[in-house]
Design a protein around this ligand. Sequence first.
Ligand code: PSV
Ligand code: MN
Length: 432
Amino acid sequence: MKLNLDRLNDVNNKSMDLHKAELDLLSQKLDKKCINAEEVIKDISTLQVATPSWALGTGATRFGRFPGGGEPATLEEKVGDVGILKQLSGQTSSISLHIPWDIPENAEDIKDLASSYGLTFDSMNSNTFMDDPRGANTPNGLSYKYGSMCNTIEGVRDQAIQHNIDVIEYGKRLGSNSLTVWLADGSNYPGQANFRRQFENVQDCLQKIYKEMPEDWFMFTEHKPFEPNFYSTVNADWGSNLLLAKGTGERCMCLVDLGHHLPNTNIEQVVSRVIMEKRLAGFHFNDSKYSDDDLTVGSLKPYQLFLIFNELVEYLKGDEKQENELAWMIDASHNTKDPMEDLLQSFDAIALAYGQALTIPRTALNEAQLNNDVAGGQEILQDAYRTDVRPLVREARMRQGAAYDPVAAYRALQVRKQLIDARGTRVAVTGL
Ligand code: PSV
Ligand code: MN
């Protein structure tokens, strides 16, 4: 389904007078700090965040699921939903697939369909953290119950390697250029496994998969300290992740999922360290109060998100570059919200944090730091964080033909109702 853009323009036009006045005032304010609003708008427009194929339906906890209507039941419908998100936000132009949740049986057709919406395929996610009921990720018929690449049984490790190679093959046909590997591997009880043996097994498997990647592909490994294993995970933290990346190859990078850190971890410093080592893959954005809550980006800790973007802007505006383009993706789940509304809120939060970080006067911040001006450095950051940059984000969106306020437009255009009319109230969303 494609939206009628004339109606979108009508909705946008209602806010145009106020928008112009706010944008003008903000541009003047930024000018005083020697920040060019035009440049910030352009930078915001170029930040495109991938939508994960598993986020388009209502998520669940182990206590149940409360689906809404009109959810996508096929990969084709999921691609259509991302097309709508692109039209409304202007901030997403790619889709990230999880295999075997979303197997592109006719990869070339799916690629063509996506390109008719202006979409491409982002990183391919393999899955050896569960046994697919159809056996789609267990080609040798062996279980991942006691881990995949860490497993003591060679046949299970070979099967996990083969699954990842299969995922790379799908990705090649879709035009992707990276493989994301998140492993549940670890142990639930002390004594269950040998830490070192598990790590070495995983390292060995990653090296074998790496050799099968095309030369222009990148591998992203994603760390997580717990869940579904609760005593230990093999790739538990950024240090383990960096060791694995370095032990695998030059094009193996560390992915940072914002929900995969123990409470109070200084994530912005983790980001700085990984950038220093030129190994940052990019992000799985989400937010959390407790752990891997997978909530809307910026809904709980927007200041932390801003501080992470402060590190990113320092990198993006600096001279020392990594080989890879950073990968931006949302990894969230929506239990009580319309998934599309939730995703629109997340795109907005990412653009806002980026916009705020772009308005930090970096020379002044650097001087404050060199002079040990503690309060001064804090003032500079907080001033940027407390600046309402929404007019810049709205302008960036509208210049791409998208919405002034995406959630309001989604409601005004009755998108969910149209989807329910077209698809019914069925709940057979795949991949959850
Ligand atoms: C695991 O918690 C994770 O963050 C990984 O990225 C998975 O691929 C994704 O969530 C979906 O389960
Ligand atoms: Mn993730």
